[in-house]
Design a binder for this molecule. Sequence first.
Ligand SMILES: Cc1cc2nc3c(=O)[nH]c(=O)nc-3n(C[C@H](O)[C@H](O)[C@@H](O)COP(=O)(O)OP(=O)(O)OC[C@H]3O[C@@H](n4cnc5c(N)ncnc54)[C@H](O)[C@@H]3O)c2cc1C
Length: 429
Amino acid sequence: MAIEDDVLVIGGGLAGMTAALTAAERASRVRLLSYKQSTLCHASGLIDVLGYAPDRSGPLVDPFDAIPDLPQGHPYERVGTDAIREALHFFDAVVGDAYRGAHTDRNALVPTGDGTVKPTARYPASTAAGLASRPRATLLVGFETLPDFDAPLAAAHLRETGVPFETRGVTLQFPGIQRADATLTRYAHLLERDEPVDAGAGAAPARTVLAEAVRPHLEGVSRVGFPPILGDEHHAVVRRDLEERLGVAVFEVPSGPPSLPGIRLERLLFDALEELSVRVTTGVPVVDYEASADGGRIEHVLVDRNGQRVPYRADSYVLATGGLVGTGIDSSRERVSEPIFDCNVAHPTDRYDWFEDDAFGDHPFARFGVTVDRELRPLAADGEPEFANLRAAGAVLGGYDYAAEKSGSGVSLATGYVAGTHAAAEVRG
Ligand SMILES: Cc1cc2nc3c(=O)[nH]c(=O)nc-3n(C[C@H](O)[C@H](O)[C@@H](O)COP(=O)(O)OP(=O)(O)OC[C@H]3O[C@@H](n4cnc5c(N)ncnc54)[C@H](O)[C@@H]3O)c2cc1C
Protein backbone atom coordinates (compact mmCIF):
# COMPACT_ATOMS: atom_id res chain seq x y z
CA MET A 1 0.00 0.00 0.00
CA ALA A 2 1.20 3.51 -0.80
CA ILE A 3 2.23 5.99 1.91
CA GLU A 4 -0.46 8.72 1.85
CA ASP A 5 -0.12 12.49 2.25
CA ASP A 6 -1.95 15.64 1.18
CA VAL A 7 1.07 17.35 -0.36
CA LEU A 8 4.33 15.71 -1.33
CA VAL A 9 7.34 17.92 -1.99
CA ILE A 10 10.29 16.37 -3.81
CA GLY A 11 13.62 18.08 -3.00
CA GLY A 12 14.96 19.48 0.27
CA GLY A 13 16.67 22.68 -0.89
CA LEU A 14 15.45 26.23 -0.27
CA ALA A 15 12.64 25.85 -2.83
CA GLY A 16 11.38 22.52 -1.49
CA MET A 17 11.57 23.55 2.16
CA THR A 18 9.74 26.82 1.41
CA ALA A 19 7.05 24.92 -0.52
CA ALA A 20 6.63 22.40 2.31
CA LEU A 21 6.42 25.13 4.98
CA THR A 22 3.90 27.14 2.97
CA ALA A 23 1.79 24.05 2.26
CA ALA A 24 1.95 22.95 5.91
CA GLU A 25 0.32 26.22 7.01
CA ARG A 26 -2.66 25.30 4.82
CA ALA A 27 -2.82 21.47 4.66
CA SER A 28 -2.47 18.89 7.40
CA ARG A 29 -0.37 16.11 5.92
CA VAL A 30 2.71 17.43 4.16
CA ARG A 31 5.77 15.33 3.38
CA LEU A 32 9.16 16.39 2.08
CA LEU A 33 11.26 13.76 0.36
CA SER A 34 14.87 14.53 -0.39
CA TYR A 35 17.89 12.70 -1.62
CA LYS A 36 21.25 14.39 -1.06
CA GLN A 37 22.54 17.67 0.35
CA SER A 38 21.08 20.74 -1.29
CA THR A 39 22.99 23.76 -2.59
CA LEU A 40 22.29 25.49 0.75
CA CYS A 41 25.39 23.74 2.09
CA HIS A 42 27.49 25.36 -0.63
CA ALA A 43 25.79 28.72 -1.10
CA SER A 44 26.67 31.81 0.90
CA GLY A 45 23.50 32.02 2.97
CA LEU A 46 22.66 35.32 1.22
CA ILE A 47 19.15 35.69 -0.18
CA ASP A 48 19.70 37.36 -3.55
CA VAL A 49 16.45 38.51 -5.15
CA LEU A 50 17.81 40.30 -8.21
CA GLY A 51 21.25 41.88 -8.26
CA TYR A 52 21.60 42.42 -12.01
CA ALA A 53 19.11 42.71 -14.86
CA PRO A 54 19.11 39.90 -17.47
CA ASP A 55 21.01 42.29 -19.82
CA ARG A 56 23.65 42.30 -17.04
CA SER A 57 23.16 45.95 -16.13
CA GLY A 58 23.54 46.71 -12.44
CA PRO A 59 24.12 46.34 -9.60
CA LEU A 60 20.44 47.09 -9.11
CA VAL A 61 19.61 49.45 -6.28
CA ASP A 62 16.03 48.12 -5.94
CA PRO A 63 15.20 44.71 -7.46
CA PHE A 64 11.49 45.57 -7.46
CA ASP A 65 12.10 48.39 -9.97
CA ALA A 66 13.51 45.85 -12.47
CA ILE A 67 11.11 42.95 -11.96
CA PRO A 68 8.28 44.36 -14.17
CA ASP A 69 10.74 44.45 -17.11
CA LEU A 70 11.80 40.80 -16.86
CA PRO A 71 11.16 38.72 -19.98
CA GLN A 72 8.11 36.49 -20.33
CA GLY A 73 8.81 33.07 -18.84
CA HIS A 74 11.17 34.35 -16.15
CA PRO A 75 10.04 32.73 -12.85
CA TYR A 76 9.41 36.19 -11.32
CA GLU A 77 7.26 37.15 -14.32
CA ARG A 78 5.27 33.95 -13.77
CA VAL A 79 4.54 34.50 -10.06
CA GLY A 80 4.32 38.34 -10.03
CA THR A 81 5.70 41.01 -7.72
CA ASP A 82 3.14 40.57 -4.93
CA ALA A 83 4.04 36.91 -4.52
CA ILE A 84 7.76 37.77 -4.31
CA ARG A 85 7.01 40.25 -1.52
CA GLU A 86 4.77 37.73 0.30
CA ALA A 87 7.48 35.09 0.04
CA LEU A 88 10.04 37.48 1.52
CA HIS A 89 7.66 38.30 4.41
CA PHE A 90 7.18 34.59 4.92
CA PHE A 91 10.97 34.06 5.00
CA ASP A 92 11.40 36.97 7.45
CA ALA A 93 8.86 35.43 9.80
CA VAL A 94 10.53 32.00 9.65
CA VAL A 95 14.12 33.17 10.23
CA GLY A 96 13.36 35.98 12.72
CA ASP A 97 16.38 37.98 13.85
CA ALA A 98 18.86 35.56 12.23
CA TYR A 99 18.56 37.68 9.06
CA ARG A 100 18.60 41.40 8.22
CA GLY A 101 17.40 43.50 5.30
CA ALA A 102 13.63 43.31 5.80
CA HIS A 103 13.39 47.04 6.56
CA THR A 104 13.89 48.09 2.93
CA ASP A 105 13.25 47.01 -0.68
CA ARG A 106 16.73 48.20 -1.63
CA ASN A 107 19.57 45.74 -2.10
CA ALA A 108 22.27 45.71 0.55
CA LEU A 109 25.88 45.61 -0.67
CA VAL A 110 27.72 42.77 1.06
CA PRO A 111 31.49 42.25 0.60
CA THR A 112 32.22 38.59 -0.22
CA GLY A 113 35.23 36.34 0.22
CA ASP A 114 36.58 36.98 -3.27
CA GLY A 115 36.56 40.74 -2.73
CA THR A 116 33.47 41.50 -4.79
CA VAL A 117 30.50 43.43 -3.45
CA LYS A 118 27.24 41.58 -3.84
CA PRO A 119 23.78 43.19 -4.10
CA THR A 120 21.47 41.10 -1.95
CA ALA A 121 18.01 41.38 -0.39
CA ARG A 122 18.49 39.51 2.91
CA TYR A 123 21.75 38.73 4.71
CA PRO A 124 22.64 36.78 7.83
CA ALA A 125 22.91 38.94 10.96
CA SER A 126 26.52 37.74 11.24
CA THR A 127 27.44 39.72 8.10
CA ALA A 128 25.54 42.91 9.03
CA ALA A 129 28.47 44.89 10.47
CA GLY A 130 30.41 44.44 7.22
CA LEU A 131 28.05 46.13 4.74
CA ALA A 132 29.95 48.08 2.08
CA SER A 133 27.49 50.96 2.39
CA ARG A 134 28.87 51.65 5.88
CA PRO A 135 32.13 53.54 5.34
CA ARG A 136 34.20 52.17 8.23
CA ALA A 137 37.88 51.23 8.04
CA THR A 138 38.02 47.45 7.79
CA LEU A 139 40.47 44.66 8.54
CA LEU A 140 39.91 41.28 6.91
CA VAL A 141 41.46 38.34 8.73
CA GLY A 142 42.20 35.07 6.93
CA PHE A 143 43.95 31.93 8.14
CA GLU A 144 46.85 29.95 6.70
CA THR A 145 44.90 26.71 6.95
CA LEU A 146 41.88 28.21 5.11
CA PRO A 147 43.51 29.27 1.83
CA ASP A 148 40.18 29.71 -0.01
CA PHE A 149 39.66 32.96 1.88
CA ASP A 150 42.71 35.06 0.95
CA ALA A 151 42.16 38.14 3.12
CA PRO A 152 44.92 40.39 1.63
CA LEU A 153 43.70 39.57 -1.90
CA ALA A 154 40.03 40.11 -0.97
CA ALA A 155 40.98 43.48 0.59
CA ALA A 156 42.93 44.45 -2.56
CA HIS A 157 39.92 43.54 -4.74
CA LEU A 158 37.61 45.59 -2.54
CA ARG A 159 39.97 48.59 -2.85
CA GLU A 160 39.98 48.14 -6.66
CA THR A 161 36.17 48.01 -6.61
CA GLY A 162 36.32 51.50 -5.06
CA VAL A 163 34.61 50.80 -1.74
CA PRO A 164 34.37 54.07 0.25
CA PHE A 165 36.53 52.92 3.16
CA GLU A 166 40.06 51.79 3.93
CA THR A 167 40.47 47.99 3.76
CA ARG A 168 43.41 45.85 4.77
CA GLY A 169 43.89 42.10 4.90
CA VAL A 170 46.09 39.87 7.02
CA THR A 171 46.67 36.12 7.14
CA LEU A 172 47.18 34.57 10.58
CA GLN A 173 47.63 31.13 12.12
CA PHE A 174 44.31 29.87 13.50
CA PRO A 175 44.74 28.97 17.18
CA GLY A 176 44.66 25.22 17.69
CA ILE A 177 44.49 24.18 14.03
CA GLN A 178 47.60 23.32 12.05
CA ARG A 179 46.03 21.12 9.36
CA ALA A 180 44.56 22.44 6.12
CA ASP A 181 42.10 19.52 5.98
CA ALA A 182 40.19 20.46 9.16
CA THR A 183 36.45 20.83 8.51
CA LEU A 184 34.74 24.20 8.88
CA THR A 185 32.74 22.81 11.78
CA ARG A 186 36.02 22.06 13.58
CA TYR A 187 36.89 25.80 13.50
CA ALA A 188 33.35 26.72 14.50
CA HIS A 189 33.21 24.26 17.42
CA LEU A 190 36.63 25.24 18.68
CA LEU A 191 35.47 28.86 18.96
CA GLU A 192 31.97 28.05 20.16
CA ARG A 193 33.19 25.79 22.95
CA ASP A 194 36.12 28.14 23.56
CA GLU A 195 38.34 25.06 23.77
CA PRO A 196 41.80 25.38 25.30
CA VAL A 197 44.51 25.66 22.63
CA ASP A 198 48.27 25.89 22.74
CA ALA A 199 49.20 29.57 23.17
CA GLY A 200 52.99 29.19 23.35
CA ALA A 201 53.30 29.67 27.12
CA GLY A 202 50.67 27.02 27.97
CA ALA A 203 47.04 26.50 27.00
CA ALA A 204 44.45 29.29 26.79
CA PRO A 205 40.83 29.50 25.52
CA ALA A 206 40.60 29.68 21.71
CA ARG A 207 38.75 33.03 21.60
CA THR A 208 41.31 34.67 23.90
CA VAL A 209 44.18 33.43 21.72
CA LEU A 210 42.44 34.52 18.51
CA ALA A 211 41.75 38.01 19.86
CA GLU A 212 45.39 38.33 21.01
CA ALA A 213 46.59 37.37 17.50
CA VAL A 214 44.29 39.90 15.78
CA ARG A 215 44.81 42.86 18.17
CA PRO A 216 48.23 44.02 16.82
CA HIS A 217 46.70 44.40 13.34
CA LEU A 218 43.77 46.62 14.32
CA GLU A 219 45.59 49.97 13.81
CA GLY A 220 42.68 52.36 13.39
CA VAL A 221 40.05 50.01 11.96
CA SER A 222 36.57 49.94 13.44
CA ARG A 223 35.49 46.52 12.17
CA VAL A 224 37.05 43.13 11.52
CA GLY A 225 35.79 40.54 9.01
CA PHE A 226 36.53 36.83 9.37
CA PRO A 227 35.65 33.90 7.12
CA PRO A 228 32.25 32.48 8.17
CA ILE A 229 33.52 30.11 10.84
CA LEU A 230 32.70 32.07 13.99
CA GLY A 231 30.69 29.38 15.76
CA ASP A 232 27.94 27.01 14.84
CA GLU A 233 24.60 27.12 16.69
CA HIS A 234 25.68 29.92 19.05
CA HIS A 235 27.61 32.04 16.57
CA ALA A 236 26.09 35.30 17.89
CA VAL A 237 27.72 34.59 21.28
CA VAL A 238 31.14 34.01 19.68
CA ARG A 239 30.85 37.21 17.65
CA ARG A 240 29.81 39.32 20.64
CA ASP A 241 32.65 37.92 22.73
CA LEU A 242 35.23 38.73 20.04
CA GLU A 243 33.74 42.24 19.69
CA GLU A 244 34.17 42.84 23.41
CA ARG A 245 37.72 41.55 23.39
CA LEU A 246 38.76 43.53 20.29
CA GLY A 247 36.72 46.68 20.95
CA VAL A 248 35.54 46.80 17.30
CA ALA A 249 32.60 45.38 15.34
CA VAL A 250 33.08 41.80 14.11
CA PHE A 251 31.42 40.24 11.08
CA GLU A 252 31.60 37.18 8.85
CA VAL A 253 32.45 37.56 5.17
CA PRO A 254 30.18 35.28 3.08
CA SER A 255 32.30 32.74 1.24
CA GLY A 256 32.32 29.08 0.34
CA PRO A 257 31.64 26.39 -0.66
CA PRO A 258 31.19 24.77 1.79
CA SER A 259 29.33 27.43 3.75
CA LEU A 260 28.36 27.47 7.42
CA PRO A 261 25.86 30.35 6.96
CA GLY A 262 24.06 28.20 4.35
CA ILE A 263 24.09 25.23 6.73
CA ARG A 264 22.79 27.44 9.57
CA LEU A 265 19.91 28.57 7.33
CA GLU A 266 19.16 24.96 6.43
CA ARG A 267 18.95 24.13 10.14
CA LEU A 268 16.54 27.02 10.80
CA LEU A 269 14.30 25.81 8.00
CA PHE A 270 14.42 22.19 9.19
CA ASP A 271 13.44 23.37 12.70
CA ALA A 272 10.48 25.23 11.19
CA LEU A 273 9.44 22.10 9.24
CA GLU A 274 9.51 20.12 12.46
CA GLU A 275 7.42 22.74 14.25
CA LEU A 276 4.77 22.49 11.54
CA SER A 277 4.88 18.66 11.72
CA VAL A 278 6.07 18.21 8.13
CA ARG A 279 7.17 14.61 7.68
CA VAL A 280 10.72 14.73 6.35
CA THR A 281 12.29 11.70 4.69
CA THR A 282 15.87 12.16 3.49
CA GLY A 283 18.43 9.99 1.71
CA VAL A 284 15.93 8.50 -0.74
CA PRO A 285 15.56 9.45 -4.42
CA VAL A 286 12.23 9.64 -6.21
CA VAL A 287 12.89 7.67 -9.36
CA ASP A 288 9.57 7.31 -11.19
CA TYR A 289 5.81 7.90 -11.06
CA GLU A 290 2.47 6.42 -12.05
CA ALA A 291 -0.14 8.60 -13.75
CA SER A 292 -3.94 8.25 -13.84
CA ALA A 293 -5.42 6.29 -16.76
CA ASP A 294 -5.95 9.49 -18.80
CA GLY A 295 -2.39 10.60 -18.00
CA GLY A 296 -3.66 13.91 -16.56
CA ARG A 297 -2.80 13.41 -12.87
CA ILE A 298 0.02 11.88 -10.90
CA GLU A 299 -1.31 8.94 -8.87
CA HIS A 300 1.85 8.25 -6.92
CA VAL A 301 5.63 8.55 -7.12
CA LEU A 302 8.11 5.74 -6.58
CA VAL A 303 11.00 6.06 -4.19
CA ASP A 304 14.08 3.87 -4.38
CA ARG A 305 14.72 2.37 -0.93
CA ASN A 306 17.77 0.12 -1.23
CA GLY A 307 16.63 -1.22 -4.61
CA GLN A 308 12.95 -1.50 -3.62
CA ARG A 309 10.47 0.85 -5.31
CA VAL A 310 8.15 2.22 -2.62
CA PRO A 311 5.01 4.17 -3.67
CA TYR A 312 4.21 7.54 -2.04
CA ARG A 313 0.78 9.01 -2.85
CA ALA A 314 -0.54 12.54 -2.38
CA ASP A 315 -3.24 14.84 -3.73
CA SER A 316 -0.63 17.21 -5.10
CA TYR A 317 3.09 17.26 -5.73
CA VAL A 318 5.84 19.87 -5.87
CA LEU A 319 8.96 19.22 -7.93
CA ALA A 320 11.89 21.10 -6.34
CA THR A 321 14.85 18.93 -7.31
CA GLY A 322 17.28 21.70 -8.30
CA GLY A 323 18.87 22.56 -11.62
CA LEU A 324 21.85 21.50 -13.66
CA VAL A 325 24.12 21.89 -10.61
CA GLY A 326 21.91 19.49 -8.63
CA THR A 327 20.15 16.55 -10.23
CA GLY A 328 16.85 18.20 -11.09
CA ILE A 329 17.88 18.76 -14.70
CA ASP A 330 19.94 16.20 -16.52
CA SER A 331 22.01 16.75 -19.64
CA SER A 332 23.63 14.29 -22.00
CA ARG A 333 25.29 14.98 -25.34
CA GLU A 334 21.91 14.60 -27.04
CA ARG A 335 19.33 16.19 -24.79
CA VAL A 336 18.45 18.07 -21.65
CA SER A 337 15.75 16.42 -19.53
CA GLU A 338 13.90 16.38 -16.23
CA PRO A 339 14.52 12.86 -14.95
CA ILE A 340 11.51 12.03 -12.73
CA PHE A 341 8.43 13.06 -14.74
CA ASP A 342 10.20 13.72 -18.03
CA CYS A 343 8.71 17.22 -18.05
CA ASN A 344 9.43 19.17 -21.19
CA VAL A 345 12.73 21.11 -21.08
CA ALA A 346 12.83 23.33 -24.16
CA HIS A 347 16.33 23.54 -25.69
CA PRO A 348 17.90 23.79 -29.14
CA THR A 349 18.51 20.37 -30.74
CA ASP A 350 21.97 21.40 -31.91
CA ARG A 351 24.30 21.19 -28.91
CA TYR A 352 26.51 23.99 -30.30
CA ASP A 353 23.60 26.37 -29.72
CA TRP A 354 23.64 25.64 -25.99
CA PHE A 355 26.78 27.70 -25.38
CA GLU A 356 28.45 30.92 -26.51
CA ASP A 357 32.11 31.04 -27.57
CA ASP A 358 32.89 33.63 -24.92
CA ALA A 359 33.33 31.76 -21.62
CA PHE A 360 31.80 34.74 -19.76
CA GLY A 361 29.05 35.17 -22.36
CA ASP A 362 25.29 34.76 -22.09
CA HIS A 363 24.99 30.96 -22.31
CA PRO A 364 21.51 29.62 -23.18
CA PHE A 365 22.15 26.44 -21.13
CA ALA A 366 22.19 28.53 -17.94
CA ARG A 367 18.46 29.18 -18.50
CA PHE A 368 17.48 25.59 -19.35
CA GLY A 369 14.76 24.16 -17.14
CA VAL A 370 11.09 23.35 -16.88
CA THR A 371 8.64 25.89 -18.39
CA VAL A 372 5.58 26.62 -16.23
CA ASP A 373 2.24 28.42 -16.27
CA ARG A 374 1.33 31.09 -13.70
CA GLU A 375 0.35 28.41 -11.16
CA LEU A 376 3.80 26.89 -11.70
CA ARG A 377 2.46 23.76 -13.42
CA PRO A 378 5.10 22.37 -15.80
CA LEU A 379 4.02 22.76 -19.42
CA ALA A 380 4.33 20.15 -22.15
CA ALA A 381 5.65 21.10 -25.61
CA ASP A 382 2.04 21.89 -26.70
CA GLY A 383 1.75 24.52 -23.93
CA GLU A 384 -0.72 22.47 -21.81
CA PRO A 385 0.03 21.46 -18.19
CA GLU A 386 1.87 18.12 -18.00
CA PHE A 387 -0.20 17.09 -14.95
CA ALA A 388 -3.02 18.90 -13.14
CA ASN A 389 -1.53 18.17 -9.71
CA LEU A 390 2.19 18.91 -10.24
CA ARG A 391 3.96 22.20 -9.55
CA ALA A 392 7.63 23.07 -9.94
CA ALA A 393 9.80 25.48 -7.93
CA GLY A 394 13.39 26.65 -7.64
CA ALA A 395 16.37 25.85 -9.83
CA VAL A 396 14.48 23.16 -11.79
CA LEU A 397 12.68 26.07 -13.50
CA GLY A 398 13.95 27.52 -16.75
CA GLY A 399 13.94 31.08 -18.02
CA TYR A 400 16.52 32.65 -15.72
CA ASP A 401 20.27 32.60 -15.15
CA TYR A 402 20.67 32.75 -11.37
CA ALA A 403 24.44 33.16 -11.42
CA ALA A 404 24.42 36.14 -13.80
CA GLU A 405 21.34 37.79 -12.29
CA LYS A 406 22.14 36.98 -8.65
CA SER A 407 18.59 35.75 -8.18
CA GLY A 408 19.03 32.12 -7.06
CA SER A 409 17.62 32.13 -3.54
CA GLY A 410 14.97 34.74 -4.35
CA VAL A 411 13.55 32.61 -7.16
CA SER A 412 13.58 29.53 -4.91
CA LEU A 413 11.75 31.39 -2.16
CA ALA A 414 9.14 33.04 -4.39
CA THR A 415 8.38 29.96 -6.48
CA GLY A 416 8.53 27.61 -3.48
CA TYR A 417 6.00 29.86 -1.73
CA VAL A 418 3.65 29.98 -4.74
CA ALA A 419 4.00 26.25 -5.52
CA GLY A 420 3.32 25.34 -1.87
CA THR A 421 0.25 27.61 -1.76
CA HIS A 422 -1.27 26.12 -4.92
CA ALA A 423 -0.37 22.56 -3.93
CA ALA A 424 -2.21 22.98 -0.60
CA ALA A 425 -5.24 24.54 -2.33
CA GLU A 426 -5.45 21.39 -4.48
CA VAL A 427 -5.93 19.07 -1.50
CA ARG A 428 -9.23 17.29 -1.92
CA GLY A 429 -10.14 16.92 1.76
C1 LIG B 1 28.12 27.08 -5.12
C2 LIG B 1 26.82 27.84 -5.16
C3 LIG B 1 26.74 29.10 -4.57
C4 LIG B 1 25.54 29.81 -4.60
N1 LIG B 1 25.50 31.03 -3.99
C5 LIG B 1 24.32 31.70 -3.95
C6 LIG B 1 24.23 32.96 -3.28
O1 LIG B 1 25.21 33.48 -2.73
N2 LIG B 1 23.03 33.59 -3.26
C7 LIG B 1 21.92 33.05 -3.86
O2 LIG B 1 20.83 33.67 -3.79
N3 LIG B 1 21.98 31.89 -4.52
C8 LIG B 1 23.15 31.20 -4.58
N4 LIG B 1 23.23 30.01 -5.25
C9 LIG B 1 22.05 29.51 -5.94
C10 LIG B 1 21.07 28.89 -4.99
O3 LIG B 1 21.75 28.07 -4.04
C11 LIG B 1 20.11 28.03 -5.78
O4 LIG B 1 19.51 28.79 -6.81
C12 LIG B 1 19.09 27.45 -4.85
O5 LIG B 1 18.23 28.41 -4.34
C13 LIG B 1 18.36 26.34 -5.54
O6 LIG B 1 17.54 25.73 -4.58
P1 LIG B 1 16.63 24.52 -4.98
O7 LIG B 1 15.89 24.16 -3.73
O8 LIG B 1 15.86 24.82 -6.20
O9 LIG B 1 17.63 23.34 -5.41
P2 LIG B 1 18.79 22.60 -4.64
O10 LIG B 1 19.39 23.44 -3.59
O11 LIG B 1 19.68 22.06 -5.72
O12 LIG B 1 18.05 21.38 -3.91
C14 LIG B 1 17.49 20.33 -4.61
C15 LIG B 1 17.27 19.17 -3.66
O13 LIG B 1 16.54 18.16 -4.35
C16 LIG B 1 17.10 16.89 -4.07
N5 LIG B 1 16.79 15.98 -5.16
C17 LIG B 1 17.25 16.03 -6.43
N6 LIG B 1 16.76 14.98 -7.13
C18 LIG B 1 15.98 14.28 -6.28
C19 LIG B 1 15.21 13.09 -6.41
N7 LIG B 1 15.12 12.42 -7.55
N8 LIG B 1 14.53 12.64 -5.32
C20 LIG B 1 14.58 13.30 -4.15
N9 LIG B 1 15.31 14.43 -3.97
C21 LIG B 1 15.99 14.91 -5.02
C22 LIG B 1 18.59 17.19 -3.96
O14 LIG B 1 19.26 16.14 -3.31
C23 LIG B 1 18.56 18.50 -3.19
O15 LIG B 1 18.48 18.27 -1.81
C24 LIG B 1 24.41 29.27 -5.24
C25 LIG B 1 24.48 28.01 -5.84
C26 LIG B 1 25.67 27.30 -5.81
C27 LIG B 1 25.72 25.95 -6.49
